[in-house]
Design a protein around this ligand. Structure first.
Ligand code: COI
Length: 354
């Protein structure tokens, strides 16, 4: 697909916008009026269109439903002072989508389709971008197999879509997480680094077991020994050990989070000591017991910076200092938030106006 990409537009008859309470936005329950859709057929992308958000027809035989051949991204847009959309690091999402597409044996999405599709959604649904602190327009690009074939083989047809949702906080309070030492999210050689739907679907049952015990999330460990911290289901994780920011080094079983990368870049720029390395479960528990671990927080697009209030392991909950004392997490949240909202200069060139 090249410069000539044409997007057909079908507008809604009546906007749902007046029904939305922007002062009380939940996460992921409200969708804007329109969505973007394009088809990959006979080896090429076409039929790019904006249409009213709503249910759609897909084949009941599609491998997306049967075999989970479906990948997604998540990014946020903020309202700029001139009503423009300030989109945070869309190129990073674009690249990661295609990395996931390669792993799931799916068609690559051209940059123009990704960017212009997003621009078209933002253009038509600009009024849906919230401006209240703590809220944003969450953009969800996704790609799935559109074949009508229940055998197993590389799919031929795909659908790429973008929907958008005005959102508030994913976690409205500091979270309690449990170190998972039985179930596994991802293994070496698997799909853990891809943003594949199945990675998330497979995590729901173990997470529900932890939720029944009063936790909000799991801290996943490596699938071989359950001896090293990997990530949390909805976010990467970071710890302040003494004066050093430490996060698990990336591997093929950990999602390369864009917020993770942004936090590390800001911390390095501010001269903080940063380590990306293996973090042993034992090292973490010892650090929690001795007080060496001063802060623990999740980092993700949906979760933003989510302070962790306690970490559970083998029946014991190890508390962290109160969120109000987790100074680095609070500081990094406000530095990033001001860059994203265009309040502070963006020395990294991350914010794209659309
Ligand atoms: C995101 O942070 O964008 C995610 O994809 C997490 C999601 C599973 C809610």
């Amino acid at each position: 697909m090249v410069e000539t990409m044409k997007i057909e537009v079908e507008r809604v008859a009546k906007s749902r916008l007046p029904q939305v309470d922007f002062s009380n936005l939940p996460f992921g329950k409200i969708y804007t009026d329109h969505m973007f859709m394009a088809d990959f057929r006979n080896g090429e992308w076409g039929n790019a269109r904006i249409m009213p958000y709503g249910h759609m027809l897909i084949s009941p035989a599609t491998p997306a439903l049967h075999y989970g051949q479906s990948i997604f991204e998540g990014l946020k847009a903020y309202r700029g002072t001139d009503r423009e959309a300030l989109v945070f690091r869309p190129m990073a999402n674009f690249k990661r989508l295609n990395l996931s597409a390669e792993r799931l044996c799916m068609a690559q999405v051209p940059e123009e389709l990704f960017m212009e599709g997003m621009r078209a959604v933002l253009d038509i649904d600009r009024a849906w971008i919230p401006s209240t602190p703590g809220s944003a327009l969450y953009i969800r690009p996704f790609l799935f197999s559109a074949d009508e074939f229940i055998g197993i083989r590389p799919s031929l047809d795909f659908t790429f879509m973008i929907i958008a949702s005005p959102v508030g906080a994913y976690y409205s309070a500091p979270v309690k997480v449990k170190i998972e030492t039985h179930y596994t999210r991802a293994v070496a050689g698997g799909t853990g680094y891809a943003k594949a739907g199945g990675n998330y679907g497979g995590a729901i049952y173990p997470t529900k077991l932890a939720m029944d015990q009063g936790y909000q999330q799991l801290l996943w460990t490596d699938g071989k020994e359950h001896a090293y911290i990997e990530e949390s289901g909805t976010m990467n994780v970071m710890f302040v050990f003494g004066d050093t920011l430490v996060t698990p080094a990336l591997s093929d079983s950990i999602l390369a989070g864009i917020t993770r990368d942004s936090v590390l870049a800001v911390a390095r720029r501010e001269g903080m000591k940063v380590e990306e390395r293996k973090i042993g479960v034992k090292e973490l528990i010892d650090g929690l017991k001795s007080g060496l671990v001063k802060e623990a927080f999740g980092v993700g697009t949906a979760a933003t910076i989510a302070p962790i209030q306690a970490i559970g392991h083998e029946g014991i909950d190890y508390p962290l200092p109160a969120a109000s004392k987790q100074n680095f997490a609070a500081h990094i949240y406000s530095v990033l938030d001001e860059i994203k909202r265009g309040i502070a200069p963006d020395p990294f060139g991350w914010v794209v106006k659309m």
